[in-house]
Write a protein that binds this ligand. Structure first.
Ligand SMILES: [Zn+2]
Length: 594
Protein backbone atom coordinates (compact mmCIF):
# COMPACT_ATOMS: atom_id res chain seq x y z
CA UNK A 1 0.00 0.00 0.00
CA UNK A 2 1.48 3.28 -1.14
CA UNK A 3 -0.01 5.28 1.75
CA UNK A 4 1.77 3.17 4.39
CA UNK A 5 3.23 5.55 6.93
CA UNK A 6 1.03 8.47 5.87
CA UNK A 7 -0.40 9.09 9.30
CA UNK A 8 -1.29 12.33 10.99
CA UNK A 9 0.67 14.14 13.64
CA UNK A 10 -1.66 15.36 16.35
CA UNK A 11 1.11 17.05 18.34
CA UNK A 12 -0.31 20.50 17.63
CA UNK A 13 -3.22 19.43 19.81
CA UNK A 14 -1.40 17.47 22.53
CA UNK A 15 1.93 15.71 22.85
CA UNK A 16 0.10 12.46 23.68
CA UNK A 17 -2.81 11.03 25.66
CA UNK A 18 -0.84 11.67 28.87
CA UNK A 19 0.09 15.26 28.02
CA UNK A 20 -0.53 17.21 31.27
CA UNK A 21 -2.02 20.13 29.34
CA UNK A 22 -4.90 17.83 28.46
CA UNK A 23 -5.83 17.63 32.14
CA UNK A 24 -5.26 21.37 32.45
CA UNK A 25 -7.67 22.08 29.59
CA UNK A 26 -10.32 19.79 31.08
CA UNK A 27 -9.96 21.45 34.47
CA UNK A 28 -9.62 25.04 33.26
CA UNK A 29 -12.57 24.80 30.89
CA UNK A 30 -14.68 23.58 33.78
CA UNK A 31 -13.39 26.30 36.07
CA UNK A 32 -13.97 28.97 33.43
CA UNK A 33 -17.48 27.65 32.78
CA UNK A 34 -18.27 27.81 36.52
CA UNK A 35 -16.87 31.31 36.74
CA UNK A 36 -18.82 32.34 33.64
CA UNK A 37 -21.98 31.07 35.34
CA UNK A 38 -21.29 33.04 38.51
CA UNK A 39 -20.88 36.25 36.55
CA UNK A 40 -23.63 35.97 33.97
CA UNK A 41 -26.35 33.60 35.16
CA UNK A 42 -29.68 35.40 35.39
CA UNK A 43 -28.17 38.60 34.01
CA UNK A 44 -28.06 38.07 30.24
CA UNK A 45 -31.18 40.11 29.54
CA UNK A 46 -29.72 43.05 31.49
CA UNK A 47 -26.38 43.19 29.63
CA UNK A 48 -25.56 46.17 27.45
CA UNK A 49 -24.66 45.26 23.85
CA UNK A 50 -20.90 45.67 24.40
CA UNK A 51 -21.08 43.62 27.62
CA UNK A 52 -22.92 40.88 25.79
CA UNK A 53 -20.28 40.97 23.05
CA UNK A 54 -17.61 40.34 25.69
CA UNK A 55 -19.64 37.52 27.22
CA UNK A 56 -20.07 35.81 23.83
CA UNK A 57 -16.33 35.99 23.18
CA UNK A 58 -15.66 34.38 26.59
CA UNK A 59 -18.25 31.75 25.87
CA UNK A 60 -16.58 30.91 22.55
CA UNK A 61 -13.17 30.61 24.20
CA UNK A 62 -14.43 28.28 26.91
CA UNK A 63 -16.16 26.08 24.36
CA UNK A 64 -13.08 25.77 22.22
CA UNK A 65 -10.89 24.90 25.16
CA UNK A 66 -13.43 22.48 26.59
CA UNK A 67 -13.86 20.68 23.30
CA UNK A 68 -10.17 20.32 22.57
CA UNK A 69 -9.57 17.19 24.73
CA UNK A 70 -12.60 15.32 23.39
CA UNK A 71 -11.72 16.42 19.84
CA UNK A 72 -8.23 15.00 20.30
CA UNK A 73 -9.57 11.80 21.86
CA UNK A 74 -12.04 11.31 19.03
CA UNK A 75 -9.23 11.57 16.49
CA UNK A 76 -7.14 9.01 18.37
CA UNK A 77 -10.12 6.72 18.50
CA UNK A 78 -10.94 7.15 14.79
CA UNK A 79 -7.37 6.28 13.90
CA UNK A 80 -7.49 3.13 16.02
CA UNK A 81 -10.86 1.96 17.32
CA UNK A 82 -9.09 -0.81 19.27
CA UNK A 83 -6.93 1.58 21.23
CA UNK A 84 -8.10 1.18 24.83
CA UNK A 85 -6.34 4.34 25.98
CA UNK A 86 -8.08 6.36 23.26
CA UNK A 87 -11.39 4.79 24.18
CA UNK A 88 -11.02 5.61 27.87
CA UNK A 89 -9.75 9.10 27.15
CA UNK A 90 -12.56 9.67 24.68
CA UNK A 91 -15.12 8.64 27.27
CA UNK A 92 -13.61 10.75 30.00
CA UNK A 93 -13.12 13.82 27.79
CA UNK A 94 -16.66 13.58 26.56
CA UNK A 95 -18.03 13.38 30.10
CA UNK A 96 -15.98 16.42 31.06
CA UNK A 97 -17.18 18.21 27.93
CA UNK A 98 -20.80 17.54 28.86
CA UNK A 99 -20.12 19.12 32.27
CA UNK A 100 -18.72 22.20 30.55
CA UNK A 101 -21.70 22.36 28.19
CA UNK A 102 -24.04 21.98 31.12
CA UNK A 103 -22.30 24.83 32.90
CA UNK A 104 -22.86 27.05 29.83
CA UNK A 105 -26.36 25.94 28.88
CA UNK A 106 -27.99 28.79 30.79
CA UNK A 107 -26.34 31.33 28.51
CA UNK A 108 -27.95 30.09 25.32
CA UNK A 109 -31.24 29.60 27.16
CA UNK A 110 -31.27 33.16 28.46
CA UNK A 111 -30.45 34.47 24.99
CA UNK A 112 -33.31 32.42 23.57
CA UNK A 113 -35.63 33.82 26.21
CA UNK A 114 -34.81 37.48 25.71
CA UNK A 115 -37.96 39.59 25.53
CA UNK A 116 -38.59 40.62 21.92
CA UNK A 117 -37.90 44.33 22.54
CA UNK A 118 -34.59 43.52 24.21
CA UNK A 119 -33.61 41.18 21.40
CA UNK A 120 -34.43 43.88 18.82
CA UNK A 121 -32.21 46.40 20.63
CA UNK A 122 -29.30 43.97 20.93
CA UNK A 123 -29.20 42.69 17.36
CA UNK A 124 -29.47 46.24 16.04
CA UNK A 125 -26.31 47.21 17.92
CA UNK A 126 -23.05 47.45 15.93
CA UNK A 127 -21.24 45.77 18.86
CA UNK A 128 -23.16 42.60 18.11
CA UNK A 129 -23.26 42.83 14.33
CA UNK A 130 -21.36 39.58 13.82
CA UNK A 131 -23.41 37.77 16.48
CA UNK A 132 -26.83 38.53 15.03
CA UNK A 133 -27.12 35.41 12.92
CA UNK A 134 -26.12 33.19 15.82
CA UNK A 135 -28.49 34.84 18.29
CA UNK A 136 -31.34 34.65 15.79
CA UNK A 137 -30.53 31.00 15.23
CA UNK A 138 -30.85 30.31 18.96
CA UNK A 139 -34.16 32.09 19.11
CA UNK A 140 -35.48 30.02 16.24
CA UNK A 141 -35.13 27.00 18.52
CA UNK A 142 -36.90 28.73 21.37
CA UNK A 143 -40.24 26.94 20.94
CA UNK A 144 -38.35 23.62 21.07
CA UNK A 145 -36.18 24.25 24.10
CA UNK A 146 -36.89 22.80 27.52
CA UNK A 147 -36.03 24.17 30.92
CA UNK A 148 -32.40 24.26 31.98
CA UNK A 149 -32.60 21.25 34.36
CA UNK A 150 -34.40 19.27 31.67
CA UNK A 151 -31.78 20.17 29.08
CA UNK A 152 -29.06 19.08 31.49
CA UNK A 153 -30.75 15.76 32.14
CA UNK A 154 -31.05 15.14 28.41
CA UNK A 155 -27.38 15.95 27.87
CA UNK A 156 -26.37 13.58 30.62
CA UNK A 157 -28.70 10.76 29.63
CA UNK A 158 -27.51 11.02 26.01
CA UNK A 159 -24.08 9.93 27.18
CA UNK A 160 -25.35 6.48 28.11
CA UNK A 161 -28.18 6.67 25.59
CA UNK A 162 -27.76 7.55 21.96
CA UNK A 163 -24.05 8.39 22.21
CA UNK A 164 -23.36 4.93 23.56
CA UNK A 165 -25.54 3.29 20.93
CA UNK A 166 -23.58 5.11 18.24
CA UNK A 167 -20.32 4.02 19.81
CA UNK A 168 -21.42 0.39 20.00
CA UNK A 169 -22.33 0.63 16.31
CA UNK A 170 -18.86 2.00 15.48
CA UNK A 171 -17.05 -0.57 17.57
CA UNK A 172 -19.14 -3.44 16.25
CA UNK A 173 -18.80 -2.47 12.59
CA UNK A 174 -15.10 -1.77 13.10
CA UNK A 175 -14.54 -5.17 14.71
CA UNK A 176 -16.34 -7.32 12.13
CA UNK A 177 -14.10 -9.46 9.93
CA UNK A 178 -15.16 -11.14 6.72
CA UNK A 179 -13.70 -14.36 5.28
CA UNK A 180 -13.17 -14.26 1.57
CA UNK A 181 -11.06 -15.99 -1.03
CA UNK A 182 -9.36 -13.21 -2.98
CA UNK A 183 -6.81 -13.95 -5.67
CA UNK A 184 -6.70 -17.59 -4.64
CA UNK A 185 -5.98 -17.02 -0.95
CA UNK A 186 -8.42 -17.05 1.93
CA UNK A 187 -8.34 -13.72 3.71
CA UNK A 188 -9.97 -12.12 6.68
CA UNK A 189 -10.91 -8.55 5.84
CA UNK A 190 -12.36 -5.55 7.61
CA UNK A 191 -15.44 -3.87 6.11
CA UNK A 192 -13.59 -1.09 4.20
CA UNK A 193 -11.36 -3.66 2.51
CA UNK A 194 -14.38 -5.70 1.51
CA UNK A 195 -16.15 -2.62 0.12
CA UNK A 196 -13.00 -1.79 -1.84
CA UNK A 197 -13.50 -5.10 -3.69
CA UNK A 198 -16.60 -3.59 -5.37
CA UNK A 199 -14.13 -1.79 -7.64
CA UNK A 200 -12.47 -5.02 -8.75
CA UNK A 201 -12.96 -6.22 -12.34
CA UNK A 202 -14.33 -9.71 -11.52
CA UNK A 203 -18.17 -9.60 -11.29
CA UNK A 204 -18.26 -12.83 -9.30
CA UNK A 205 -15.79 -11.50 -6.71
CA UNK A 206 -17.71 -8.23 -6.36
CA UNK A 207 -20.99 -10.02 -5.76
CA UNK A 208 -19.47 -12.53 -3.35
CA UNK A 209 -17.65 -9.79 -1.42
CA UNK A 210 -20.73 -7.63 -0.99
CA UNK A 211 -22.84 -10.66 -0.08
CA UNK A 212 -20.34 -11.77 2.55
CA UNK A 213 -20.24 -8.24 3.96
CA UNK A 214 -24.02 -7.90 4.13
CA UNK A 215 -24.42 -11.38 5.58
CA UNK A 216 -21.81 -10.50 8.19
CA UNK A 217 -23.87 -7.48 9.20
CA UNK A 218 -27.04 -9.59 9.03
CA UNK A 219 -25.45 -11.99 11.53
CA UNK A 220 -25.36 -9.03 13.93
CA UNK A 221 -28.97 -8.31 13.06
CA UNK A 222 -30.24 -8.47 16.64
CA UNK A 223 -27.82 -5.81 17.82
CA UNK A 224 -28.07 -3.63 14.71
CA UNK A 225 -31.86 -3.74 14.57
CA UNK A 226 -31.88 -2.99 18.29
CA UNK A 227 -29.59 0.02 17.85
CA UNK A 228 -31.64 1.37 14.94
CA UNK A 229 -34.93 0.94 16.76
CA UNK A 230 -33.64 2.53 19.94
CA UNK A 231 -32.25 5.51 18.01
CA UNK A 232 -35.48 5.96 16.06
CA UNK A 233 -37.46 5.80 19.28
CA UNK A 234 -35.05 8.12 21.11
CA UNK A 235 -35.48 10.67 18.37
CA UNK A 236 -39.25 10.31 18.37
CA UNK A 237 -39.41 10.85 22.14
CA UNK A 238 -37.13 13.85 21.94
CA UNK A 239 -39.18 15.33 19.10
CA UNK A 240 -42.29 14.93 21.26
CA UNK A 241 -40.60 16.52 24.26
CA UNK A 242 -39.46 19.43 22.13
CA UNK A 243 -42.75 19.77 20.28
CA UNK A 244 -41.40 19.23 16.80
CA UNK A 245 -44.14 18.41 14.32
CA UNK A 246 -42.12 15.65 12.63
CA UNK A 247 -38.70 13.97 12.82
CA UNK A 248 -37.10 15.98 9.99
CA UNK A 249 -37.95 19.46 11.23
CA UNK A 250 -35.02 19.65 13.72
CA UNK A 251 -32.61 18.96 10.85
CA UNK A 252 -34.27 21.59 8.63
CA UNK A 253 -34.00 24.15 11.44
CA UNK A 254 -30.34 23.31 11.99
CA UNK A 255 -29.73 23.45 8.26
CA UNK A 256 -31.64 26.70 7.93
CA UNK A 257 -33.53 25.46 4.93
CA UNK A 258 -37.25 25.31 4.43
CA UNK A 259 -38.95 21.92 4.33
CA UNK A 260 -40.57 22.93 1.03
CA UNK A 261 -37.16 23.61 -0.51
CA UNK A 262 -35.89 20.17 0.47
CA UNK A 263 -39.05 18.43 -0.69
CA UNK A 264 -38.94 20.24 -4.06
CA UNK A 265 -35.31 19.16 -4.42
CA UNK A 266 -36.10 15.53 -3.57
CA UNK A 267 -39.09 15.38 -5.90
CA UNK A 268 -36.96 16.86 -8.70
CA UNK A 269 -34.34 14.19 -7.98
CA UNK A 270 -36.94 11.44 -8.16
CA UNK A 271 -38.24 12.89 -11.41
CA UNK A 272 -34.75 12.37 -12.82
CA UNK A 273 -34.15 8.79 -11.60
CA UNK A 274 -34.38 7.95 -15.32
CA UNK A 275 -31.03 9.73 -15.86
CA UNK A 276 -29.37 7.35 -13.42
CA UNK A 277 -31.08 4.39 -15.10
CA UNK A 278 -29.83 5.59 -18.51
CA UNK A 279 -26.33 5.61 -17.07
CA UNK A 280 -26.69 2.12 -15.61
CA UNK A 281 -27.83 0.77 -18.99
CA UNK A 282 -24.92 2.45 -20.75
CA UNK A 283 -22.53 1.09 -18.16
CA UNK A 284 -23.90 -2.43 -18.66
CA UNK A 285 -22.96 -2.11 -22.34
CA UNK A 286 -19.53 -0.73 -21.46
CA UNK A 287 -18.70 -3.63 -19.16
CA UNK A 288 -20.32 -6.21 -21.44
CA UNK A 289 -23.15 -7.33 -19.18
CA UNK A 290 -26.78 -7.75 -20.27
CA UNK A 291 -27.92 -5.92 -17.13
CA UNK A 292 -26.07 -4.55 -14.11
CA UNK A 293 -26.40 -5.97 -10.66
CA UNK A 294 -25.98 -3.42 -7.91
CA UNK A 295 -22.54 -4.90 -7.30
CA UNK A 296 -21.56 -3.91 -10.87
CA UNK A 297 -22.29 -0.20 -10.57
CA UNK A 298 -18.68 0.63 -9.66
CA UNK A 299 -17.07 -1.99 -11.89
CA UNK A 300 -13.92 -0.72 -13.58
CA UNK A 301 -14.06 -0.41 -17.34
CA UNK A 302 -10.68 -2.03 -17.90
CA UNK A 303 -9.67 -5.48 -16.78
CA UNK A 304 -6.65 -4.00 -15.02
CA UNK A 305 -7.89 -0.89 -13.22
CA UNK A 306 -5.45 1.90 -12.76
CA UNK A 307 -3.68 2.11 -9.46
CA UNK A 308 -2.54 5.51 -8.27
CA UNK A 309 0.12 5.68 -5.58
CA UNK A 310 -0.49 8.20 -2.82
CA UNK A 311 2.38 10.40 -3.95
CA UNK A 312 0.81 10.75 -7.39
CA UNK A 313 -2.59 11.46 -5.86
CA UNK A 314 -1.03 14.26 -3.87
CA UNK A 315 0.50 15.75 -7.01
CA UNK A 316 -2.73 15.43 -9.03
CA UNK A 317 -4.89 17.02 -6.34
CA UNK A 318 -2.47 19.87 -5.66
CA UNK A 319 -2.01 20.75 -9.31
CA UNK A 320 -5.79 20.66 -9.94
CA UNK A 321 -6.39 22.94 -6.95
CA UNK A 322 -3.63 25.31 -8.03
CA UNK A 323 -5.12 25.44 -11.52
CA UNK A 324 -8.42 26.62 -10.06
CA UNK A 325 -6.99 29.14 -7.61
CA UNK A 326 -3.41 29.48 -6.36
CA UNK A 327 -4.72 30.02 -2.81
CA UNK A 328 -6.33 26.58 -2.97
CA UNK A 329 -3.08 24.91 -3.89
CA UNK A 330 -1.06 26.72 -1.23
CA UNK A 331 -3.52 25.92 1.52
CA UNK A 332 -3.91 22.29 0.53
CA UNK A 333 -0.14 21.80 0.44
CA UNK A 334 0.15 22.66 4.14
CA UNK A 335 -2.01 19.63 4.99
CA UNK A 336 0.58 17.32 3.50
CA UNK A 337 3.57 19.25 4.76
CA UNK A 338 2.28 19.51 8.32
CA UNK A 339 1.04 15.91 8.42
CA UNK A 340 -2.59 16.65 9.01
CA UNK A 341 -3.73 13.73 6.85
CA UNK A 342 -4.11 10.13 8.00
CA UNK A 343 -4.32 8.12 4.79
CA UNK A 344 -2.73 4.81 5.72
CA UNK A 345 -5.22 1.91 5.60
CA UNK A 346 -5.28 0.02 8.92
CA UNK A 347 -7.70 -2.71 9.97
CA UNK A 348 -8.84 -1.02 13.16
CA UNK A 349 -9.35 2.39 11.62
CA UNK A 350 -12.80 3.98 11.56
CA UNK A 351 -14.82 3.37 8.39
CA UNK A 352 -15.08 6.09 5.77
CA UNK A 353 -13.35 9.42 5.56
CA UNK A 354 -13.75 12.80 7.25
CA UNK A 355 -12.29 16.21 7.82
CA UNK A 356 -12.55 17.20 11.48
CA UNK A 357 -12.24 20.71 12.71
CA UNK A 358 -11.98 22.07 16.23
CA UNK A 359 -12.55 25.73 15.41
CA UNK A 360 -11.09 28.73 13.61
CA UNK A 361 -8.01 28.82 15.84
CA UNK A 362 -6.87 25.31 14.92
CA UNK A 363 -6.11 23.46 11.72
CA UNK A 364 -8.47 20.67 10.69
CA UNK A 365 -7.41 17.03 10.28
CA UNK A 366 -8.28 14.68 7.44
CA UNK A 367 -8.79 10.92 7.71
CA UNK A 368 -9.26 8.42 4.88
CA UNK A 369 -8.13 4.91 3.98
CA UNK A 370 -6.11 5.31 0.79
CA UNK A 371 -6.17 2.08 -1.23
CA UNK A 372 -4.56 3.33 -4.47
CA UNK A 373 -7.78 3.51 -6.49
CA UNK A 374 -8.84 6.51 -8.60
CA UNK A 375 -11.79 6.85 -6.25
CA UNK A 376 -9.45 7.32 -3.30
CA UNK A 377 -7.94 10.27 -5.17
CA UNK A 378 -11.43 11.78 -5.34
CA UNK A 379 -11.92 11.13 -1.63
CA UNK A 380 -8.66 12.90 -0.90
CA UNK A 381 -9.80 15.90 -2.99
CA UNK A 382 -13.18 15.79 -1.26
CA UNK A 383 -11.84 15.89 2.28
CA UNK A 384 -9.26 18.52 1.38
CA UNK A 385 -12.13 20.57 -0.05
CA UNK A 386 -13.67 20.53 3.42
CA UNK A 387 -10.32 21.45 4.92
CA UNK A 388 -9.96 24.46 2.59
CA UNK A 389 -13.46 25.61 3.41
CA UNK A 390 -12.53 25.52 7.11
CA UNK A 391 -9.28 27.39 6.57
CA UNK A 392 -10.86 30.06 4.35
CA UNK A 393 -13.48 30.62 7.05
CA UNK A 394 -10.71 30.72 9.68
CA UNK A 395 -11.11 34.47 10.18
CA UNK A 396 -14.71 33.99 11.32
CA UNK A 397 -15.44 33.93 15.01
CA UNK A 398 -16.24 30.45 16.37
CA UNK A 399 -20.01 30.95 16.36
CA UNK A 400 -19.85 31.85 12.64
CA UNK A 401 -17.24 29.34 11.61
CA UNK A 402 -19.00 26.07 10.69
CA UNK A 403 -20.87 26.29 7.38
CA UNK A 404 -24.53 25.31 7.63
CA UNK A 405 -24.91 21.68 6.62
CA UNK A 406 -26.41 22.32 3.14
CA UNK A 407 -23.22 24.24 2.31
CA UNK A 408 -20.97 21.87 4.23
CA UNK A 409 -20.51 19.63 1.20
CA UNK A 410 -20.13 22.49 -1.28
CA UNK A 411 -16.37 22.89 -1.08
CA UNK A 412 -15.78 19.14 -0.96
CA UNK A 413 -17.84 18.23 -4.02
CA UNK A 414 -16.61 21.29 -5.88
CA UNK A 415 -13.05 20.11 -5.19
CA UNK A 416 -13.88 16.73 -6.71
CA UNK A 417 -15.24 18.42 -9.83
CA UNK A 418 -12.14 20.59 -10.11
CA UNK A 419 -10.04 17.43 -9.96
CA UNK A 420 -12.09 15.58 -12.59
CA UNK A 421 -12.05 18.47 -15.02
CA UNK A 422 -8.31 18.98 -14.57
CA UNK A 423 -7.77 15.30 -15.32
CA UNK A 424 -10.11 15.40 -18.34
CA UNK A 425 -8.26 18.38 -19.74
CA UNK A 426 -4.92 16.59 -19.67
CA UNK A 427 -6.35 13.45 -21.20
CA UNK A 428 -6.84 12.70 -24.89
CA UNK A 429 -7.06 8.90 -24.71
CA UNK A 430 -10.79 8.12 -25.15
CA UNK A 431 -10.57 5.06 -22.90
CA UNK A 432 -9.16 7.09 -20.00
CA UNK A 433 -11.66 9.90 -20.61
CA UNK A 434 -14.42 7.33 -20.57
CA UNK A 435 -13.20 5.98 -17.24
CA UNK A 436 -13.01 9.50 -15.80
CA UNK A 437 -16.51 10.37 -16.98
CA UNK A 438 -17.86 7.12 -15.56
CA UNK A 439 -16.18 7.78 -12.23
CA UNK A 440 -17.59 11.32 -12.15
CA UNK A 441 -21.08 10.15 -13.06
CA UNK A 442 -20.93 7.33 -10.53
CA UNK A 443 -19.90 9.77 -7.81
CA UNK A 444 -22.67 12.15 -8.80
CA UNK A 445 -25.22 9.36 -8.88
CA UNK A 446 -24.00 8.13 -5.50
CA UNK A 447 -24.24 11.64 -4.08
CA UNK A 448 -27.46 12.88 -5.65
CA UNK A 449 -29.62 9.85 -6.35
CA UNK A 450 -28.37 7.38 -3.79
CA UNK A 451 -28.43 9.91 -0.94
CA UNK A 452 -31.97 10.78 -1.94
CA UNK A 453 -32.83 7.08 -1.57
CA UNK A 454 -31.14 7.03 1.84
CA UNK A 455 -33.12 10.05 2.98
CA UNK A 456 -36.43 8.61 1.80
CA UNK A 457 -35.60 5.35 3.61
CA UNK A 458 -34.74 7.22 6.78
CA UNK A 459 -37.94 9.26 6.59
CA UNK A 460 -39.97 6.10 6.10
CA UNK A 461 -38.22 4.30 8.99
CA UNK A 462 -38.87 7.21 11.37
CA UNK A 463 -42.47 7.39 10.24
CA UNK A 464 -42.99 3.64 10.70
CA UNK A 465 -41.34 3.62 14.13
CA UNK A 466 -44.03 5.96 15.42
CA UNK A 467 -46.48 3.09 15.55
CA UNK A 468 -44.33 0.06 16.32
CA UNK A 469 -40.94 -1.58 16.64
CA UNK A 470 -39.33 -2.28 13.29
CA UNK A 471 -38.12 -5.78 12.63
CA UNK A 472 -35.18 -6.47 10.36
CA UNK A 473 -37.71 -7.61 7.73
CA UNK A 474 -39.52 -4.32 7.77
CA UNK A 475 -36.33 -2.29 7.62
CA UNK A 476 -35.23 -4.53 4.76
CA UNK A 477 -38.55 -3.97 2.94
CA UNK A 478 -38.35 -0.20 3.28
CA UNK A 479 -34.77 -0.22 2.08
CA UNK A 480 -35.58 -2.47 -0.87
CA UNK A 481 -38.56 -0.40 -1.98
CA UNK A 482 -36.69 2.90 -2.01
CA UNK A 483 -33.73 1.41 -3.87
CA UNK A 484 -36.04 -0.27 -6.37
CA UNK A 485 -37.49 3.13 -7.27
CA UNK A 486 -34.03 4.34 -8.22
CA UNK A 487 -32.84 1.23 -10.02
CA UNK A 488 -36.08 0.48 -11.89
CA UNK A 489 -35.48 -2.33 -14.33
CA UNK A 490 -31.98 -1.07 -15.11
CA UNK A 491 -30.27 -2.75 -12.14
CA UNK A 492 -30.91 -6.03 -10.34
CA UNK A 493 -30.30 -5.95 -6.57
CA UNK A 494 -28.56 -8.95 -5.01
CA UNK A 495 -30.73 -10.69 -2.37
CA UNK A 496 -28.44 -9.84 0.56
CA UNK A 497 -28.90 -6.14 -0.23
CA UNK A 498 -31.95 -6.23 2.01
CA UNK A 499 -29.32 -5.55 4.73
CA UNK A 500 -27.86 -2.59 2.85
CA UNK A 501 -29.18 -0.16 5.45
CA UNK A 502 -27.37 -1.84 8.32
CA UNK A 503 -23.80 -0.65 7.76
CA UNK A 504 -24.44 3.01 6.98
CA UNK A 505 -23.05 5.20 9.79
CA UNK A 506 -25.03 8.34 8.84
CA UNK A 507 -28.29 6.84 10.07
CA UNK A 508 -26.64 6.29 13.44
CA UNK A 509 -24.54 9.42 13.79
CA UNK A 510 -26.50 12.26 12.26
CA UNK A 511 -30.13 11.96 11.34
CA UNK A 512 -31.16 13.14 7.87
CA UNK A 513 -27.61 14.18 7.11
CA UNK A 514 -27.90 12.58 3.68
CA UNK A 515 -30.13 15.14 1.99
CA UNK A 516 -27.40 17.72 2.51
CA UNK A 517 -25.29 15.67 0.07
CA UNK A 518 -28.04 15.95 -2.55
CA UNK A 519 -28.31 19.68 -1.91
CA UNK A 520 -24.55 20.14 -1.96
CA UNK A 521 -23.94 18.19 -5.15
CA UNK A 522 -26.76 19.76 -7.17
CA UNK A 523 -25.68 23.18 -5.97
CA UNK A 524 -22.09 22.47 -6.89
CA UNK A 525 -22.99 21.26 -10.36
CA UNK A 526 -24.83 24.55 -10.87
CA UNK A 527 -21.87 26.49 -9.43
CA UNK A 528 -19.42 24.66 -11.65
CA UNK A 529 -21.58 25.46 -14.64
CA UNK A 530 -21.32 29.10 -13.58
CA UNK A 531 -17.52 28.80 -13.32
CA UNK A 532 -17.40 27.42 -16.86
CA UNK A 533 -19.55 30.30 -18.10
CA UNK A 534 -17.86 33.13 -16.15
CA UNK A 535 -14.28 31.82 -15.91
CA UNK A 536 -11.84 33.59 -13.60
CA UNK A 537 -14.45 36.18 -12.56
CA UNK A 538 -16.26 33.42 -10.71
CA UNK A 539 -13.29 32.43 -8.51
CA UNK A 540 -13.26 35.37 -6.03
CA UNK A 541 -17.04 35.17 -5.62
CA UNK A 542 -16.74 31.49 -4.85
CA UNK A 543 -13.89 32.05 -2.37
CA UNK A 544 -16.08 34.68 -0.68
CA UNK A 545 -18.85 32.16 -0.32
CA UNK A 546 -16.49 29.72 1.43
CA UNK A 547 -14.93 32.45 3.57
CA UNK A 548 -18.40 33.37 4.83
CA UNK A 549 -18.41 30.07 6.75
CA UNK A 550 -21.62 29.89 8.75
CA UNK A 551 -22.07 33.62 9.18
CA UNK A 552 -25.48 33.53 7.53
CA UNK A 553 -28.20 31.18 6.29
CA UNK A 554 -27.51 29.21 3.07
CA UNK A 555 -30.14 31.02 1.02
CA UNK A 556 -28.73 34.41 2.10
CA UNK A 557 -25.13 33.44 1.31
CA UNK A 558 -26.13 31.97 -2.04
CA UNK A 559 -28.14 35.00 -3.04
CA UNK A 560 -24.82 36.87 -3.13
CA UNK A 561 -24.01 34.57 -6.05
CA UNK A 562 -27.45 35.24 -7.59
CA UNK A 563 -28.68 31.77 -6.71
CA UNK A 564 -32.22 31.25 -5.45
CA UNK A 565 -32.68 27.78 -3.92
CA UNK A 566 -36.36 28.46 -3.31
CA UNK A 567 -36.92 28.58 -7.05
CA UNK A 568 -37.86 24.97 -7.86
CA UNK A 569 -36.40 25.41 -11.34
CA UNK A 570 -32.96 25.99 -9.81
CA UNK A 571 -32.45 22.24 -9.24
CA UNK A 572 -32.96 21.54 -12.93
CA UNK A 573 -29.59 23.15 -13.68
CA UNK A 574 -27.79 20.40 -11.79
CA UNK A 575 -29.63 17.69 -13.70
CA UNK A 576 -28.82 19.43 -16.98
CA UNK A 577 -25.12 19.11 -16.09
CA UNK A 578 -25.56 15.41 -15.34
CA UNK A 579 -27.34 14.95 -18.68
CA UNK A 580 -24.50 16.68 -20.50
CA UNK A 581 -21.87 14.50 -18.78
CA UNK A 582 -23.89 11.49 -19.86
CA UNK A 583 -24.03 12.80 -23.44
CA UNK A 584 -20.28 13.33 -23.38
CA UNK A 585 -19.77 9.79 -22.17
CA UNK A 586 -21.93 8.48 -25.03
CA UNK A 587 -19.70 10.34 -27.48
CA UNK A 588 -16.62 8.47 -26.23
CA UNK A 589 -18.26 5.18 -27.10
CA UNK A 590 -17.49 3.85 -30.58
CA UNK A 591 -19.48 2.93 -32.48
CA UNK A 592 -21.85 5.54 -31.08
CA UNK A 593 -24.69 4.08 -29.07
CA UNK A 594 -28.15 5.39 -29.79
ZN1 LIG B 1 -17.95 15.43 2.84
Amino acid sequence: MSAAGVSWDLATLYAGPDDPSLETDLREAQRAADDFGVRYRGRVATLAPDELAVAIAEYEAIEERGRRPSFYASLLFAADTHDETAKRLSERAREAWVDVVNGLTFFELELKDLPDERHAVLVASPALADCRHWIDGLRRLRPHTLSEPEERVINQKNLTGRDTLARIFDELSGSLRFRLVVDGAERELAAPDVLALLYRPEPELRERAFTVLLEGFAAQGVVLTGIFNALLQDHRLECNLRRFPDPVTPTHLDNEVRAETVEAMMVATERHYGLAQDYFRLKATLVGLPRLKNTDVYAPLDAAPRTIPFEEARRLVLSAFEGFAPAFGTLARTFFDERRIDAEPRPSKRLGAFCASLGPSANPFVLLSYNDTPRDVSTLAHELGHALHDRLAGHQRPINYQPPLPLAETASTFAELVLTHALLEQESDPAVRRALLCARLEDTIATVFRQNVLTRFEMAAHERRRSSLLGADELGDLWWQENARLYGDAVEMIPAYRWGWSYIPHFVHSRFYCYAYVFGELLVLALYQRYQDDGAAFVPRYLDLLAAGGSDAPDVLLRRLDIDVDDAAFWERGFAVIASLLAELRRTVTPPLS
